[in-house]
Design a binder for this molecule. Structure first.
Ligand code: ADP
Ligand code: F6P
Length: 483
């Protein structure tokens, strides 16, 4: 039995350097937070980027950066500023990301970004091949590395390769607009098994393979001539016990040990006589429907004025992809909207929105999950959305209401949540009211079902399922010839 090599654009750790000192913090985002538990428990190495360009790491600190990463079995791939610009901010986040989330108007097709994407995928390939032994299993993640499976396959034809796509795969009509559609599909088909969060994403992918590459599809198998490639859906779960245990600890810990945020939350609940809290947590991304959510909340306060001073929206947004113009515009729009609503409705005792634009330590996330009566999650498209699952898992007394967009992959599994269409403004507004007024017995009934499901299909189970299916593909694999 060989080792597993995990490869993703970003490592689960983020390196920062200030005053010639290295600081290591956890990465934010579904992939990193989800897969970390699988990595920590197994015999795997993780190859990826530290979040810094090679120019930002002084020469005398390079070995130390590697050492720090290796302490967590991580291998950094070094990317130059130019590579990051063309590969990460360019093709990954100005082409694939908007296109796969149906933001056609944001999608750019720039040949120099495509070139950068190929170069960096090759770089990752070299880093993998250097460490690859016979019998190892390779697990490639996400849309930044769609070409990698084929690249590895060409160098190591007999290795077992899995690929998991963490974002939606769009319908054929959208995907076909990509000038490099054949190359992308061939890249993915270098794998033995390709995983998606939902059955719909998988069907979209198979249809594109069939229409664009003309390969025969038999149920979920693609016949590429010299090999069979399998696809399947594996909805990613969370580390349920980790969130549950943290929430239990949160409940039993003495008040004196509370974090500053928790003290503030308690204080405000006390002075405002139990204002209810509505929570939203995301990376600041246009796919998350943040601006519309704020507008809907403002309209809610207008339509149901009896809720003024009785409710507060806590909005946590983590800075993301700040070099991409649409993210900068969104930041501006969100700042303005929050200012406008706070300006319009605030009283001496009450601010309608508390807005934090930063990452927060795990402990504070737990404070927020545990203290909020409602979670409001409204993406216009989202591959999965783990925040929805994290919120439910921390509700120790089973109360709390999850409002969730039907456009999130998670909605397929979380039917007992209040499911909304993120473009239906009136529906969001009325659902907020419904959530705030839902009887406790109903909350408990819904959450018990959700929690059972989340506990059963945890991130460990997800990884185990994928790996078992990947290993089974070995039995059916035929010798590889170049496609
Ligand atoms: P995405 O992968 O698109 O970022 P997910 O909802 O699937 O979205 O995952 C986001 C992850 O990042 C969650 O595990 C969540 O706890 C974490 N996270 C989101 N916002 C913050 C924040 N401000 N501070 C710390 N962690 C955050
Ligand atoms: O959800 C897609 C995704 O790439 C995740 O896999 C990742 O955790 C998140 O977006 C964060 O993105 P970035 O690495 O660009 O900050």
């Amino acid at each position: 039995m060989g080792k597993t090599i995990i490869i993703s654009n970003r490592l689960p750790l983020q390196i920062n350097i200030s005053d010639n000192k290295i600081e290591v913090t956890p990465s934010v985002g579904g992939l990193a937070t989800g897969l970390k538990s699988f990595h920590q428990e197994g015999d795997s190495i993780w190859i990826g980027w530290t979040g810094l360009s090679s120019e930002e790491i002084p020469e005398d600190l390079q070995d130390e950066v590697e050492k720090k990463a290796m302490e967590q079995n991580c291998v950094p791939v070094s990317l130059t500023t130019d590579e990051i610009e063309r590969f990460y901010y360019g093709f990954s986040n100005r082409t694939i990301w908007p296109l796969f989330h149906y933001f056609m108007e944001y999608t750019e097709f720039q040949p120099e970004h495509w070139e950068g994407y190929k170069t960096v995928n090759k770089k990752y390939c070299e880093a993998v091949v250097e460490r690859l032994d016979d019998g190892d299993t390779v697990w490639v993640h996400d849309y930044q590395l769609l070409l990698l499976p084929e690249m590895i396959r060409k160098k190591k034809p007999n290795v077992t390769i899995g690929f998991f796509n963490h974002i939606p795969f769009p319908s054929y009509e959208v995907f076909r607009t990509l000038p490099w559609r054949e190359e992308i599909l061939r890249g993915m088909l270098g794998s033995d098994l390709i995983g998606f969060h939902t059955y719909d994403y998988e069907r979209h992918f198979l249809r594109s393979v069939n229409r664009i590459l003309r390969h025969d599809i038999n149920f979920n198998s693609v016949n590429i001539g010299n090999r069979i490639v399998k696809s399947d859906s594996f909805p990613m779960g969370i580390d349920y016990n980790k969130f549950r245990d943290a929430a239990l600890e949160h409940r039993t810990k003495p008040r004196s040990e509370n974090t500053d945020i928790q003290k503030k939350l308690d204080y405000h609940k006390y002075v405002t006589r139990n204002t209810k809290l509505i929570l939203s947590i995301d990376r600041l991304d246009y796919t998350k429907g943040i601006a519309n959510r704020i507008r809907a909340y403002g309209y809610f306060l207008e339509k149901y004025p009896e809720y003024q001073e009785k409710v507060r929206l806590i909005m946590l947004a983590v800075p993301s992809r700040t070099n991409v113009p649409q993210y900068q515009l969104l930041k501006k729009e969100v700042d303005e909207l929050v200012g406008r609503i706070n300006g319009k409705f605030a009283t001496v005792n009450w601010t309608p929105i508390w807005y934090f634009y930063r990452s927060m330590p795990f402990e504070n996330l737990i404070d927020l999950y545990c203290s909020s009566e409602v979670a409001l999650i409204t993406p216009t498209r989202d591959g999965m959305n783990l925040v929805a699952k994290e919120y439910i898992s921390t509700r120790i007394d089973n109360t709390g209401v999850l409002i969730l967009s039907e456009m999130a992959g998670a909605a397929h599994e979380l039917n007992e949540a209040l499911i909304i269409n993120p473009n239906n403004f009136e529906q969001i507004v009325d659902t907020i009211k419904q959530a705030l007024e839902m009887p406790e017995e109903e909350q408990i009934r819904r959450n018990k079902v959700l929690q059972r499901r989340l506990k059963r299909y945890s991130v460990e189970k997800w990884a185990e399922d994928f790996m078992t299916n990947l290993k089974n593909t070995r039995k059916t694999r035929k010798a590889f010839k170049t496609i």
